[in-house]
Design a protein around this ligand. Structure first.
Ligand code: NAD
Length: 514
C-alpha cells in the first residue's frame, strides 16, 4: 500500500499470527493502486493464535473495568484523530467514496465510547430474588466466553473487524479476527490503533487466510463465533459451531424494504433513497433494495428519483468529491451484472442505470433503478448487494406491509411518512430487526445503544447495546444459603418437610415475596 502503510513499515504486521512463510497481496479496485503484501497464516497458525489468545485471556480478565474504560475512551479519540490515515486504507481496499468510508470511522468511535461509558454497568453482577427471602442471596455474574473468533466480510472492513471485537474484549474476552482477504489492512490498522490506545499486545490478534480453510479452522477452536457475512456462509458457520456446542452470533444478508407513504416529503425521500440504496455502491447489509411507493405519488416519485440518480457523481479514485464509488470485488461486480440481466429477462425495466462503466473504473456499476419488477422474480427476493434498487407502487398500507414481509430476510426496513404515529404503528408490523422512520438505515445503525441484527434469514443474535455485549458472556448464578439448608432438616420427615414448604410457598405468594 502507498503512503501511510509504507511509512510505518511492517510493524503493524506483528498482530498477524503467521509462520507459513507465504505472502498474500490484495488488489485495490482502483487501477494502479497497489496494496502491500501481508503474511498468510497457515491452518496450524489459526490453532496457535487461539491457544495464545487463551493464555492472554486469563490475564486480560483480571484487568479492571476502569482500565478497560480508559483504553476504549482513548481509542475513540485516536480513531477520530487518525481519520485520514484510516480513510486511505478503507478507500484503497474497498473502492468506496470517501465520505461513505467515514461512516465506518464514526461507527467505531461511537461503539468505543458506548462501551467506555456503559460497558461496566451492563456487565455488573445483578441481584435476583433468591429461593428464600433473606435466607438465600442470589446474584448473576457475567463470565466472559473466553476466546472469540471474529469472521468478517470486505464491505465495511474497518468497523466490522473491530466493533464487535471491542464489545467482546470489553467483556473480558480475547479475540482472533479473520478478515476477508480483500480487506486485511483495514483490520490490521484497527487492531494496531487499539494497541496504541493501550490494549496489551495479544488481546486482539489476526489470522490471514481463506474462508473455507482458515474460517472453519477458527470456528473449530474458539469459545464463541462472531460472524458477519452472507446467509449461505452463516448457515455453515452456525451449524459448525453448534456441533461443538459453541454459540455464535450471525449477522447476515438482507433484502431491505422501504415504504414511502402518500404523505411523504418527497424532497427528503429522495435524499433518503439515494443514500440508503447507493452508499458503498449498495454493498451494505442494511442497504435498501426494495422501494414500495403509494400509487398516488408513484409516477412523481420515479421521475424525481431518475432525475436525482442522473446527477450522482460516479468515480473510482482516492479522495473526496464524488457520490458513488467502485464496487469492491470482481465477483460481486459480476453477480450484480448477472442480477440485472436476470431481472430484465424476468420482465423488469431499467428506469436508469443498469450498466458497468469500465471507462470510470474496472469494477464500477452504475446506480440502477428498476421498475415493473414481479414479486416472484429473483431480484425481488434475492439480495443483490450492489447499487440496484427497484420501485413498485402499492394500493394500501396493508399491501405495502405485506410486500415488505414477503421475504425470507428481516434485517432492516424504512418507512417514509409525515405521520410519525402511523410510521411507528407500521414499523411494529414489519418483521425486521430494525425499522427506520424517515431514514434509510442510519438512524438505527447509528443508535449503538440499541440492538441491531436480523430476523429470519438475516441471522441470529444482536450487535450494539447491552445485547451486543452480553452475547459474549455466560451468565453464572451464584447463591449463598444462610441458616437453613435446602431439604428436610430439624428432624422433619420428608412428608412434614413437604407440608412446611407448601405452606411457605403459599405464604410467599400471598406476601408477594418471590
Ligand atoms: P461471505 O459469507 O462470503 O464471507 C464473509 C467472511 O466469511 C469472510 O471472511 C470469508 O473468508 C469467511 N468465510 C467464507 N466461507 C467460510 C466458511 N466456510 N467458514 C468460515 N468462514 C468463512 O460474505 P461476503 O460475500 O464477503 O459478504 C457479503 C455478505 O455479508 C452479504 O450477504 C451482506 O449482506 C453480509 N453482511 C451482513 C452484515 C450484517 O451486519 N448483517 C454486515 C455486512 C455484510
Amino acid at each position: 500500500m502507498t503512503d501511510t502503510i509504507q511509512a510505518t513499515g511492517d510493524a503493524r504486521m506483528r498482530h498477524i499470527v503467521s509462520t507459513s512463510g507465504q505472502m498474500h497481496t490484495p488488489k485495490s479496485p482502483f487501477v494502479g493502486e497497489v496494496i502491500s503484501s501481508v503474511p498468510l497464516s497457515s491452518v496450524a497458525d489459526v490453532a496457535a493464535a487461539v491457544r495464545a489468545a487463551r493464555v492472554a485471556q486469563a490475564h486480560w480478565v483480571q484487568v479492571s473495568y476502569t482500565q478497560r474504560k480508559r483504553i476504549f475512551a482513548r481509542y475513540h479519540d485516536l480513531v477520530l484523530a487518525r481519520q485520514d490515515e484510516i480513510l486511505d486504507v478503507i478507500q484503497r481496499e474497498t473502492g468506496k467514496a470517501r465520505g461513505q468510508a467515514m461512516e465506518e470511522i464514526f461507527h467505531v468511535a461511537m461503539n468505543a465510547e458506548y462501551l467506555a461509558r456503559h460497558g461496566k454497568k451492563v456487565l455488573a453482577r445483578e441481584k435476583r430474588a433468591g429461593l428464600f427471602p433473606l435466607l438465600t442471596s442470589t446474584h448473576v455474574h457475567q463470565v466472559p466466553k473466553g476466546v472469540v473468533g471474529v469472521i468478517t466480510p470486505w464491505n465495511y472492513p474497518f468497523t466490522l473487524a473491530i466493533s464487535d471485537a471491542l464489545a467482546a474484549v470489553f467483556a473480558g474476552n480475547t479475540v482472533v479476527i479473520k478478515p476477508d482477504l480483500q480487506t486485511v489492512w483495514s483490520a490490521i490498522i484497527a487492531v494496531d490503533l487499539l494497541v496504541e490506545a493501550g490494549l496489551p499486545e495479544g488481546i486482539a490478534t489476526i489470522v490471514i487466510g481463506d474462508g473455507v480453510t482458515h474460517g472453519s479452522a477458527l470456528v473449530d477452536e474458539v469459545d464463541f463465533v462472531c460472524f458477519t457475512g452472507s446467509t449461505a456462509t452463516g448457515r455453515i458457520v452456525g451449524a459448525r459451531a453448534a456441533s461443538r456446542l459453541v454459540g455464535s452470533s450471525l449477522e447476515l444478508g438482507g433484502k431491505n424494504p422501504m415504504l414511502v407513504l402518500k404523505d411523504a416529503d418527497l424532497d427528503k425521500a429522495m435524499d433518503i433513497c439515494v443514500h440508503a440504496s447507493f452508499t458503498s455502491a449498495g454493498q451494505l447489509c442494511v442497504s435498501t433494495e426494495r422501494i414500495y411507493v403509494a400509487k398516488e405519488i408513484y409516477s412523481e416519485f420515479v421521475d424525481r428519483l431518475i432525475a436525482r440518480v442522473s446527477n450522482l457523481r460516479i468515480e473510482a479514485r482516492m479522495g473526496w468529491g464524488y457520490d458513488v464509488g467502485s464496487m469492491t470485488t470482481s465477483a460481486q461486480w459480476e453477480r450484480t451484472q448477472a442480477a440485472v440481466a436476470r431481472a430484465i429477462e424476468q420482465g423488469a425495466h431499467i428506469a436508469i442505470g443498469g450498466h458497468s462503466r469500465p471507462e470510470v473504473g474496472p469494477l464500477v456499476f452504475e446506480p440502477t433503478v428498476l421498475v415493473d419488477v414481479s414479486p416472484t422474480s429473483d431480484v425481488a427476493r434475492q439480495e443483490v448487494f450492489g447499487p440496484v434498487v427497484f420501485v413498485t407502487p402499492f394500493d394500501t398500507v396493508e399491501d405495502a406491509i405485506s410486500s415488505a414481509n414477503n421475504s425470507p430476510y428481516g434485517l432492516s426496513a424504512s418507512v417514509i411518512t409525515r405521520g410519525i404515529a402511523q410510521g411507528r404503528h407500521i414499523a411494529t408490523q414489519i418483521r425486521s430487526g430494525s425499522v427506520n422512520i424517515n431514514e434509510g438505515f442510519g438512524a438505527t445503525f447509528g443508535s449503538v445503544s440499541a440492538p441491531m441484527g436480523g430476523m429470519g434469514d438475516s441471522g441470529l443474535g444482536r450487535r450494539h447495546g447491552p445485547e451486543g455485549i452480553l452475547r459474549f458472556t455466560e451468565p453464572q448464578t451464584i447463591s449463598v444459603q444462610y441458616l437453613v439448608t435446602v431439604g428436610p432438616q430439624f428432624g422433619l420427615s420428608d412428608s412434614q418437610w413437604v407440608r412446611v414448604m407448601t405452606h411457605a410457598l403459599k405464604l410467599l405468594k400471598a406476601l408477594r415475596l418471590r
